[in-house]
Design a protein around this ligand. Structure first.
Ligand code: CDP
Length: 166
C-alpha cells in the first residue's frame, strides 16, 4: 500500500529534508507519497516510481490526491473551528480489483484520523497536541490528546473521566 502525506506547514522529515524552518507555512498544500514498507522505513517516492512499478495508475493516483486534498480541506476547517492548526497528516491507501470485473483496480482509503497520524498545533501558542509529544519526549501526552478530544466535544472536560477513556 501507499502512504500519502498532506502538508500545510513544514514540520518533521520535510522540514529537515528541505532545510525549512519547522512551523513555516507552505506556499500551498503539498501531497507526498511514501511506500508502506516498515523494513525500509516507509521511503519517500516519486510519482514516476508509482507508475513504473505499477503500484497505482494515473487515474488511481489522481483519485487519491483529490480525496486527500478534500479531507485536508475538511479537517483544516474542522480543527480551525476549535483553535487548532492542522500541520500535516498521513493516509494509507490500498487497492482492490475493480468490482466491474474488467480487470482494473480501485484505490481504497484504509485509515483513521487521530493525533497519532496528524500534527496538530494550538493556534495561539503553537503547542503540539499530537504524537510528537511522545516522539520528542515533551511530556503531557495524555493531556494533549485529551485536550483535542475535549475541544472536539468527544470527551467531557473532566480529567478523571478522560483517564478512564484512554
Ligand atoms: O513523523 P515524522 O517526522 O517521522 O515524518 P513526517 O514525514 O514529517 O510525517 C508527516 C505526518 O505523517 C505526521 O503527521 C506523522 O504523524 C504522519 N506519519 C504517520 O502517521 N505514520 C508514518 N509512518 C509516518 C508519518
Amino acid at each position: 500500500p501507499l502512504e500519502v502525506i498532506c502538508r500545510n506547514v513544514a514540520a518533521g522529515t520535510m522540514a529537515k529534508r528541505l532545510g525549512i524552518e519547522e512551523g513555516e507555512k507552505l506556499p500551498r498544500s503539498i501531497v507526498e507519497f511514501c511506500l508502506k514498507r516498515d523494513d525500509l522505513g516507509d521511503p519517500l517516492i516519486a510519482e514516476e516510481h508509482i507508475y513504473a512499478f505499477g503500484w497505482a495508475s494515473q487515474a488511481e493516483l489522481d483519485e487519491m490526491i483529490a480525496m486527500t486534498l478534500r479531507i485536508n480541506d475538511y479537517l483544516q476547517g474542522m480543527f480551525a473551528g476549535i483553535g487548532i492548526k492542522l500541520i500535516d497528516f498521513k493516509l494509507e491507501f490500498g487497492r482492490l480489483e475493480h468490482p466491474d470485473g474488467l480487470g482494473g483496480h480501485m484505490s481504497v482509503l484504509a485509515d483513521e484520523i487521530s493525533p497519532d497520524s496528524c500534527r496538530l498545533w494550538d493556534r495561539e501558542t503553537d503547542k503540539k497536541l499530537d504524537k510528537d509529544r511522545f516522539r520528542r519526549d515533551l511530556g503531557e501526552v495524555t493531556e494533549a490528546y485529551t485536550e483535542v478530544a475535549t475541544r472536539l466535544g468527544i470527551l467531557k472536560a473532566n480529567p478523571s473521566s478522560a483517564n478512564i477513556s484512554v
